[in-house]
Design a protein around this ligand. Sequence first.
Ligand SMILES: [Zn+2]
Length: 221
Amino acid sequence: MRTIALLAAALPLAAQPRLLLDTGDFERIRKLAASESWAAGVRDGILRRADAWPADHVRQFGLREWALPPEGAGWSHAYVCPEHGMRLRQEAGKNLCPVDGKDYHGWPIDNVVYMQRNGDTAHAARDLGLAWQLTRKPVYAEKARRIFSAYADLYPTLPVHDNNNRRDTRSGARIMSQTLSESSWLIPLVFAYDLARDALTAEERARFETRVLRDAAQVID
Ligand SMILES: [Zn+2]
């Protein structure tokens, strides 16, 4: 009986955030935001971004509704007009040459936008995780769950590909086109997962940990 009682006491603790911030930090942040206007401003900025997801993302990238990109991403430096050598401008789904306004698509141009979308989504997950811990409003955890679930579906299905779209090379990755970028994408997502993990079921956790975290660690390693 004593073992069961100890386990029951330990289980909620095991789900609490601990990676970069723990529950003590959130208590401290709540107090600070109540007494310091600059801290309240930072908190409100996080909550505003969390409230605006996914509407802001959908608008920025010219989507009909939020979804993850269907293919792996491309390399940032490939976002260039093939005729003028100028960096393109992403505007609501268009990739515009600053010289003549021509709209470019296909590999690698669209895939650079996929990189931006994945980066934006990982940072949105982080904001949602923070908003969940700051307010405990379920709407934020629900939105974060959508992101974890979508990546758990997608991650293992994407081929390892590199900046030149060659398959299974040492520098390649799944979401991004190099292990460096895969890491930059994964870090805010891991932070997000640690923050919102206590809102997920055991099955959802196992799925995300196996299909995203462990698989991505292998790819990067
Ligand atoms: Zn051009």
